[in-house]
Write a protein that binds this ligand. Sequence first.
Ligand code: PLP
Length: 692
Amino acid sequence: MEKFSVKMRASEKDKHISGAEQILDATDLGEASVSLLTRALTHDKGNADFIQIKMEKKPVEEILFLKALPVTTRTTLSVEEGREEMLALLHQMGLKQPVSVLEMLPLTYHMRGAMLLDVTTMERLEPDKSRGIRATYMDRGTSEQKLKMEPPSDVEKKEGGHKGVKNHFQEALILATKVAHSPHILGEICISDDPHYVTGYIASKSLGYVRITTVKPMGSPHGGRIFLFSGEPHEKEETIRFLQEQWVLVEDVPLSPLSSCETMRETMGCTIDEDNREISGLNKVGEQGPFLKHDNKFLRYQQELDEWRELELIREEKVLFSSNISQKMSPSWVEYQNTPMLMMASNNYLGLTHHPDMIEIGKKALENYGTGTGGSRLTTGTTPLHQSLEKTLAKWKGTESAMVFNSGYVANFSILSALLRPEDVVFSDQLNHASLIDGCRYSGATIVIYAHNDMEDLTRKIEETLESGTLTGQGMIVSDGVFSMDGDIAPVDQLQQIGKKYGFLFFLDEAHSTGVLGETGRGLCEHFHLKEKPDLLMGTLSKALGAEGGFLCGNKIIIEYLRHKARGFMFSTALTPAAVACGEKAIELLEKDCSFVRKIQDNVCYFNQCCEKYKIPTHSYTPIFPIVVGEEQRAVEMAQQLQKEGFFISPIRYPTVAKGQARLRVVLMASHTKEELQRTAQAIAKVLREVN
Ligand SMILES: *Cc1c(COP(=O)(O)O)cnc(C)c1O
């Protein structure tokens, strides 16, 4: 009898994206290859352009059969406690210098494999220290292998995950079992490197597999693995050979750490990827597995807050006052900490929040209709103002119909979750706004994320999806029109064409383009001179229009359907009349007078010239100018420095944008004068030079 090892490895432009291995009978090779191939082609880390599937054969007599290590869980409630627990276990394992061992862990954070550490001399034994040692050729024992081809869980489907996804806890246990049985190895220590998980484990033949529920702060991407070696120097070759070459099948692998409770499986997730890194632990913060009673119900929230604080992720609200520059309230100026500052961070693009006509109409609405509506739109919340605004919006955007929501966020969330169903597939730009992401997720539809503004990637992913047969319902493409953190414009004309070609719905979020782009501020349809409107044209009254509330423009069918289906519309008190009146007034102002729109577009032009003059590395076709400065700390310091000089500019950093992509986000308004823009550019150039 013989067995086959099957290994899959997929990369894109030489960057690794996915990999997996199995040990199987010859008869299962076909099915396994298909499943691995699907996984390689649908991995959300990238689009494989190189896939390798390697098969090797070995007689069963040469395979080592092991029994899975027994699993126990230690619940720790803080990183400190987790560390204490790890030290105690290492001590129990007989290590003389447990503290020094833990101190070595950070050195593994950027390694692909594990560190091989001589616990007597504290010497590192990996031949290649950047790569580390990777244990391979291991799988679950024969009798259990059939279980492995599990269909994706609902959660995985929802996240647009791949088929044939494995039970990650089992993978971690299989690896730990092999390592613990390696010659001259005392055991292993592992910390998850997934920022969403805080778990780790210590495993050895004597201790078994001990899960520790909190070992690092939430949000931290730092994790790694050390194999603990204890032997003569020349014996390390034998250890490495075993880890890398000995075929191992592990029997009696429980389905979950709470082995008796199989239905809990879907709530678990402890991944090791092919590089032997645990990429997601078993417990999210606070999930303690079986019910665990605490004296303090608020403890876990407090802990998480503490951990965020440690990571400098806690954000303070900044209290701003209107500033009366030369006796006149101006949208461009605010008072912050008793100092007047030039506002260069607001979405109030046209400065309409302070327009006298807006203020007057708001007051009038208060006088005529009172402060609130007292009910949802379908009960007591509709005033003539609401209906009039919806009519005006439809006319202004050139669609059959329109409806108003309480905010842009609520609009996106309720529209998408009402329109999309689990059998649908939604193609979503990688940098889409959170409200779009949340709406897609809540709908239960399959989400396929395509690379930012990359039409080739979108087309390829649509083709792949159609071929795979995942799409049994409706397809939809969803995109921001102007991306809020980058200020760039989606290729709306192409998105619309692609949508048309495949018969998909096209949803465009015009939060940042309404009132700003197009000759008269009507947004991207005007900007691109589109003949037809996107099927779903969403926007907000709260940015350029200076009021509050979200809206959707579309055909009568869609709008009527959503009035009966969008829960954020049906089950929430209608917008206050003052906000509604101001929203409509803003449109009226724009229809009457293009000068606001021309002014913001002029300012964009002028600020581009200023940036060129002062050699500031940014350029934009919209009022949003990202200036990428790299490190989080640098962006924060630069913003502080600018604040001292009287400029209110936001530093944007992880998790809003990727790590190391921290930036200053400068936002222009129509109310800024050329002199103000020029001074801003000058000040930015100065801090770029001074802050390193
Ligand atoms: C701001 C924003 C929203 C949310 O609009 P609100 O009215 O502020 O809730 C939705 N989508 C995008 C792209 C946004 O930038």
